[in-house]
Write a protein that binds this ligand. Structure first.
Ligand SMILES: *Cc1c(COP(=O)(O)O)cnc(C)c1O
Length: 413
């Protein structure tokens, strides 16, 4: 054991605590839902889960997961290509492909793994990866695992020339695509989040697909915060932007709207998925998705294919909350997504304020989280509220009331 490492870590942990950057985890003592019990038995309304459709503890999903344990066991004790593929894994892959309008789908233990295994199989050092500046950590890590040249474009900016966003000046997407380095690359892959989790804004997928056609690039979209509820029938950001089924590669998670357990997938063109099965390391060298998770997710797809009730409800909730909070005088980042960031940047000591505000809201029975530098840019501190189809109007009104009360206490309304 390295005494120096242990001492250094103790020092660094202390430093985090002093700077107020140490991540503490609150303990929940109930199932996930709009109302949860935090330790000590206190009941609070949960406005910070990715449980967009309220399916995390849906009775039919639980039943399907339990039944699948009876029919196909607890686990496969194998990777897929040795003895870990059951009929249900192929079923889920087919059902996801149908749902998202693609040729085929490959399952992973998590969307983090899908992103970790989606670049290196296609791209070597003669290729180019072109990434949005705000991409999710798992895309960034996936890109790091491959040797292609990296280009970063200004957040959601499709243009030529240089642009400023969050204090950084970067080229727009077309500026990168038209540069000699990108044009000379063997293949070009554009990668982006469909929805950016800190802002609740969306990448213009239709424009990205157009640019990719013009400059002969592959498009990869991570739709973790969209699959199941964004777009008219919940097919995600490609549907929202009118290009359903036209994105080459979509990665997504079963750990958010689609039941919230775990697991993820990559879906897209046949040749691409076939090649991932041969070459994607997190697929080849990691255990098969548990049958219970497959059973639960299949049930979720059943529910979502019958009716759009749940995605309609979360849309209604989101629009109502955004409108009412703006009327009350809060500054919110504009958008059309159940991620609603309440911004504190214009007040002095915005980081401390966002944190204190969230603590005060918890005392009022509303569970939300404050985000500040380095998770978001300096001067951009916020409380991120996430709406769910499981929230009732009473829940939402109670949250707005608490925001107003705490806002008055801090003198910002
Ligand atoms: C949550 C998230 C992931 C990770 O999904 P897991 O299935 O939990 O690993 C990946 N990408 C984005 C954009 C996410 O928001």
């Amino acid at each position: 054991m390295s005494k120096k490492l242990m001492a250094d870590l103790r020092g660094k942990l202390e430093e985090l605590k002093e700077e107020g950057l140490y991540k503490k985890e609150r303990i929940i003592e109930s199932e996930q839902g709009p109302e949860i019990e935090v330790s000590g038995g206190k009941k609070v309304l949960n406005f910070c889960a990715n449980n967009y459709l309220g399916l995390s503890s849906h009775p039919e999903v639980l039943k399907a997961a339990k039944e699948m344990i009876d029919h196909r066991g607890y686990g496969l004790s194998s990777v897929r290509f040795i003895c870990g593929t059951q009929d249900i894994h192929r079923d889920l892959e087919k059902r996801m492909s149908d749902f998202l309008g693609t040729d085929d789908t490959i399952l992973y233990a998590a969307c983090f793994d899908a992103n970790g295994g989606v670049f290196d199989p296609f791209l070597d050092r003669e290729c180019a990866i072109i990434a949005d500046q705000l991409n999710h950590a798992s895309i960034i890590d996936g890109v790091r695992l491959c040797k292609a040249k990296r280009f970063i474009y200004s957040h959601c900016n499709m243009g030529k020339g240089e642009h400023e966003f969050d204090g950084k000046t970067l080229p727009g997407l077309e500026e990168v695509l038209s540069s000699p380095e990108a044009r000379e690359a063997k293949y070009r892959m554009i990668c982006t989040d469909g929805v950016f989790s800190m802002n609740g804004d969306m990448a213009p997928i239709n424009d990205i697909v157009d640019l990719a056609d013009r400059y002969d690039a592959i498009v990869m979209v991570d739709d973790a915060h969209a699959t199941g509820f964004v777009g008219e029938t919940g097919r995600g950001t490609p549907e929202y932007f009118g290009v359903h089924g036209e994105v080459d590669l979509v990665t997504t998670t079963f750990g958010k709207a689609l039941g919230g357990a775990s697991g993820g997938c990559t879906t897209g063109k046949q040749e691409l998925i076939d090649w991932l099965r041969q070459a994607s390391r997190p697929y080849l060298f990691s255990n098969t998705l548990a049958p219970s998770v497959v059973g639960g997710t299949l049930k979720v797809l059943d529910l979502l294919s019958k009716t759009t009730d749940l995605r309609d409800r979360v849309e209604k909730n989101q629009k109502y909350f955004r409108r009412r909070m703006a009327e009350e005088g809060f500054e919110i980042l504009e958008g059309d997504h159940p991620i609603v960031p309440i911004m504190f940047g214009k007040y002095p000591n915005d980081a401390a304020l966002a944190q204190q505000f969230a603590d005060d809201l918890l005392k009022e029975g509303i569970y939300v989280i404050g985000f500040f530098y380095p998770v978001v840019a300096r001067g951009q501190s916020r409380i991120r509220v996430q709406l769910s189809a499981a929230h009732t109007m009473e829940h939402i009104d109670k949250a707005i009331e608490a925001f107003v009360k705490v806002g008055k206490k801090h003198g910002i309304l």
